[in-house]
Design a protein around this ligand. Sequence first.
Ligand code: PBG
Length: 324
Amino acid sequence: MSFPVNRPRRLRRTEKLRSLVREHWLSTAGYIYPMFVCPGTKIRKEVSSMPGIYQQSGDQILEECREVESLGIPGVILFGLPESKDAQGKSSLAADGVVQRAIEGIKKAKLDLLVITDVCLCEYTDHGHCGVLAGSEIVNDATLEILSEQALSHARAGADMVAPSDMMDGRVGAIRTKLDKHKFENVPIMAYSAKYCSGFYGPFREAAQSAPQFGDRRSYQMDPANAREAMREVALDLEEGADIVMVKPALPYLDIIRMVRDRFDVPVAAYNVSGEYSMVKAAAQNNWIDEKRVVLEILTGIQRAGAEIVLTYHAKDVARWLKT
Ligand code: PBG
């Protein structure tokens, strides 16, 4: 009965009609651009598995931040490649550490940019795990104090927001308590709440030099087969004081983004991770796909799934494409 009265193609005939009825529009307003800070000056070394993404010293980070600002991208998230590593990740706490100095540089330049920091131990520990060890066990509670000290040192350096990515139990609460005790009650926490143990982090571990030296992260990151458990993780992080919750990676977990969006009335972020970026770049370099078209489709999909904030290495490219 519906045909021939109903013809959905009527509204697809011209671009004017299509855009009139378009449900989602991409905007740079929710994008966060990830960056890797290393020691030294004038260093800008491309990550081989992530074309267009660099390990950079603070001065170069500042230059790229100017570009990010001019493109209308609201924020960056910083990852640190420290000078030295130890079992406890102590170099992550130094007031003159790589990330702390980079924040100060960006803040001194008065850029109109949110500076967010990744709070974790894996880039700073010699064993590459996100927590401290007892034998080969990753110890939860002893890790919380180091993580909250790290978050505090980022806040002291001027970070606008901290983003714990370690997946230890109770870390959001520990960080909130620490920040509040030192009068940083206005620094929000974006929690990597549903962070899955994913093969898609492969290129990041080259970029951040943070691959675990033994074993894997299955005892703290989530099992990819679980969806209900993600709701529990999000609920716990919110109880502990998270302001924004994140699902990570994005593409294999669009259902999780949708579930979180429908159940919790807080801003939802998704991390379009390194492996998702590298796959697109590699295929594009081979002329197997149209990069611009595929990236815009991917980011539309993540937004349609319900994420209003997206951490993505494509942010600068998309900002340029949306301008033209
Ligand atoms: C640190 C951290 C990781 C990522 C963000 N923070 C790596 C990991 O957990 O192994 C991954 C980001 C990406 O792949 O782009 N814990």
